[in-house]
Design a protein. Structure first.
Length: 397
């Protein structure tokens, strides 16, 4: 499906929003495909929550249109938009059991006001019938979330992860067309966050419902999403799969935001004949910028290698080792490159690469670092990505 055919999902057209004099969303367009897991990723304050609240109908945009499943919903209140929102704080009813928390959204919809009154409610035969149906659905959702053993407990008797699952369940019982989630994992500790992250991805695969998920955590975004919309200052910098954003960043800003440790950025100039110069090394990119055009070269930490085996022939830079960090499965070498200004860089080696390099004496100062083609990105004077010419795929001349 192309962006133009995604009428079934959520379509945002020209959404703008200001608070007071401050522009928070700057005429934003986004087509979310039906059934996809789309993440709004970006730094704090970039407008993610505001955008999600506009989709939910909790906030009114200044201009632009929100369509859900092909129909404009701008005139509809939140309850009629067929969306369910899960917040960072789970906001469960503390006096109710898990079963009661899950059943409440359905009771509100299916029972009359009279049938919900404490004294009268037990006199209605229709109510008993409706409640049996509701409890069957509650049990089905509880099974899907593996909380069926907790149905009789109160929220205070649950762990953070269990509470978050109940909050999800309360959204699920309504079978919305779209789930909207605003940093739902940020109240959980690190281990639980990983666990619930897997559960969410799994849940999305089973439900096949559209998820729009807000986070400023790139690991969450990279591991769960079908696509990521990377936002900054009320705009979308790039919309694409996690691979697109990591391997083909559209701009220097995207390249800097995605990836940890962050990539090394070196300022260089075009040599006028399709290459750039880094000290004594020339890297051909096949693009003929005028000589002297200022360009930025972004190098992922794993795009640096030590001159071992077949890597030994690549373009090489000298560097001074500042610090080596052992992370178990990998090492991060903090170095200063032997270029004007001695720019700092981070080199990522697998434990095996590190071991082989040490055995070969390649970790003695000064280091020789080889550049791999994959993970080296060039950006033009405006910060936009420069695609390497397919005729010059190798970095080495
Ligand atoms: N009701 C409001 N009144 C005034 N300013 C607001 C309001 N809501 C949000 N803002 C401002 O709008 C900007 C975007 O806020 P928003 O909550 O959408 O950011 P966010 O991307 O969700 O950030 P975070 O990652 O910190 O949650 C911020 O500068 C914020 O201070
Ligand atoms: Mg927010």
């Amino acid at each position: 499906m192309t962006d133009g055919e995604s009428a079934d999902g959520v379509r945002l057209t020209g959404i703008a929003k200001s608070f007071g004099g401050t522009r928070v969303l700057a005429g934003l367009d986004l087509a979310v495909r039906a059934g996809e897991f789309l993440t709004l990723l970006g730094p704090s304050g970039c407008g993610k929550s505001t955008l999600l609240r506009i989709i939910a109908g909790l906030e009114r945009q200044d201009c632009g249109t929100v369509s859900i499943a092909g129909r404009p919903v701008d005139h509809l209140p939140p309850a009629e938009r067929d969306v369910a929102m899960v917040f960072q704080s789970y906001a469960l009813y503390p006096h109710m059991t898990v079963a009661g928390n899950l059943a409440t959204p359905l009771e509100m919809r299916r029972l009359t006001l009279l049938e919900r009154l404490p004294l009268i409610k037990h006199l209605s035969p229709r109510r008993a019938r409706v409640m049996r149906g509701i409890m069957a659905e509650v049990r089905a959702v509880a099974e899907a979330l593996r909380i069926e053993a907790l149905l009789d407990r109160k929220p205070a008797q649950l762990s953070g992860g269990q509470r978050q699952r109940v909050a999800l369940g309360r959204a699920m019982v309504r079978h919305p067309a779209v789930f909207l989630m605003d940093e739902p994992l940020s109240n959980l500790d690190a281990a639980l966050r990983v666990e619930v992250r897997h559960e969410l991805a799994d849940l999305h695969a089973r439900l096949g419902t559209t998820f729009i998920y807000v986070t400023h955590d790139q690991v969450e975004a990279m591991t769960m999403s079908s696509r990521i919309a990377l936002m900054d200052q009320g705009r979308i910098l790039q919309l694409g799969t996690p691979d697109d954003l990591y391997d083909r960043p559209a701009s220097l800003a995207v390249a800097r935001f995605i990836g940890s440790p962050s990539l090394t950025v070196l300022e260089t100039v075009a040599d006028g004949v399709g290459g750039i110069r880094l000290g004594a090394v020339r890297l051909p990119f096949g693009h003929r910028f005028a000589a002297g055009t200022r360009l930025s070269l972004g190098i992922r930490p794993e795009a640096f290698a030590l001159p071992l085996g077949p890597e030994a022939d690549g373009p090489a830079l000298a560097a001074r080792l500042v610090r080596a960090e052992n992370l178990g499965a990998e090492w991060h070498l903090h170095v200063r490159l032997d270029l004007p200004g001695e720019p700092p860089a981070i080199v990522r080696l697998t434990a095996a690469e590190h071991e082989a390099a040490r055995a070969s004496g390649l970790l003695e100062d000064p280091l020789t670092l080889v550049l791999r083609a994959r993970g080296v990105h060039l950006f033009g004077p405006d910060g936009a990505r420069v695609e390497p010419d397919p005729a010059h795929t190798a970095v080495v001349e």
